[in-house]
Design a protein around this ligand. Structure first.
Ligand code: HEM
Length: 148
């Protein structure tokens, strides 16, 4: 069963289909499933358990093992998979990537928080913008002083 996942809401056994149930997995959890015993991968924000698909993949198991536990969206698209291939994905779908810890949210957070892992340009762009603003403020106040 899903470990440390969030059950958004659950649908009933009769499948009345009013409510849908989505299980969310963090990228760290997906990353653990990276051996030939268990292979999960992410394609366009969705998590797929392709363990039983290994032997059946027309592109071979090698490529799936390479993408095990990571976001395979780019490689999946690079191959130009057919419509049938995309339809096959549904069989292996197990949940979505947890919305708060996608790479996008991660890097945006790092950027705002000035954490040491953020890209290096923020280290010099912001001091320079600050210096320019201080310069304008200085000019503004000194010129105001002269006129009065
Ligand atoms: C659950 C995920 C995947 C499914 C269901 C899937 C399905 C398929 C199918 C049905 C084909 C036959 C050609 C076609 O219909 O397009 C194929 C070929 C192929 N797939 Fe995948 N695939 C998956 C993931 C991947 C990933 C992550 C890679 C990484 C590179 C990959 C690489 C390839 C390659 C190299 C071929 C051979 C293309 C060729 O012979 O021209 N596949 N796949």
């Amino acid at each position: 069963g899903p470990m440390a996942s969030v059950e958004a809401s659950s649908s009933d056994e009769q499948g009345q289909g009013v409510e849908t149930s989505v299980t969310y997995y963090r990228l760290e959890e997906v990353a653990k499933r990276n051996s030939s015993k268990e292979i999960w991968l992410v394609i366009h924000g969705r998590v797929y358990d392709v363990t039983r698909f290994l032997d059946e993949h027309p592109g071979g198991e090698e490529v799936l093992l390479e993408q095990a536990g990571v976001d395979a969206s780019e490689s999946f698209e690079d191959v130009g998979h057919s419509f049938d291939a995309r339809e096959m994905l549904k069989q292996y779908y197990i949940g979505d990537v947890h919305p708060v810890r996608t790479n996008w949210a991660r890097s945006t957070y790092d950027f705002i928080a000035f954490s040491p892992t953020s890209s290096c340009w923020s280290y010099w762009v912001f001091p320079i913008i600050g210096a320019i603003l201080l310069g304008f403020l200085y000019r503004y106040y000194t010129s105001e002083g002269k006129s009065s």
